[in-house]
Design a protein around this ligand. Sequence first.
Ligand code: HMH
Length: 244
Amino acid sequence: MAPTHARWNPELCRVMSVSDADTLSQSTVLFAMRFTMPLTCEALLSQYPDAWQEATVHPFLTQCQAGTIRPTQFNTWLVQDYRFVTEFTRFVGRTLAAAPDGDLDVLLSGLNALQDELNWFREKAAERSLDLATPRQNTCQSYCEFMGSLVNAPYAVQATALWAIEYAYNQGWQLPGAMPAPYGEFADRWGNPGFTDYVKLLAQQADAALAIAPPAKQQAATAAFLRVAALEKDFWQMAYNAAA
Ligand code: HMH
């Protein structure tokens, strides 16, 4: 007999062989949903709140907001992030190469913005007399290698990683609140409404790919999300490791 309680999703009850949904607790059903419902970006954020918090909340960002970050630390981040973005651009290019027709428009707009961003980084580095050929620190190197390792990953995994990478900066730079000069310009680059809209479109595209991905690919997407979160956390910390 089909369950009649309005709160329960009939498809979920069918998959779970539930005939009397009223006897199940809400938490049991939420637990079961992790194994029966398609994975989404939103589900990843609610399943791993601690990992995501560590990726997006860091003293580096709060010190930018307070205006107390040391210029050498900020410059270290800036140079490492330029080195990251050059490889990230290639990662987006490879993701575009694997994308379905309907996703090309959004990914092309992302690459267009990255062209502007790379030139902006070069301007910021020139203003500060920074050497953009400074070697990559270990975390930057690991992050670039991780993105390289996704070259043959299923599109659902690439799209999930791409969303997570962009969302980490979109949230990280916004959460502390308005930043004073010269950091406001940096916060705005990843916190502006246009970028926020772009990240939402990336989530929709990742969700659509995940919805048709078999469980093994969804697991790989989860692993990629958690790896991005860990790398983002370590990336902020690099600012304190060495001079630019
Ligand atoms: C480390 N993650 C890092 N750098 C960036 N510029 C972004 C994400 C967003 O593009």
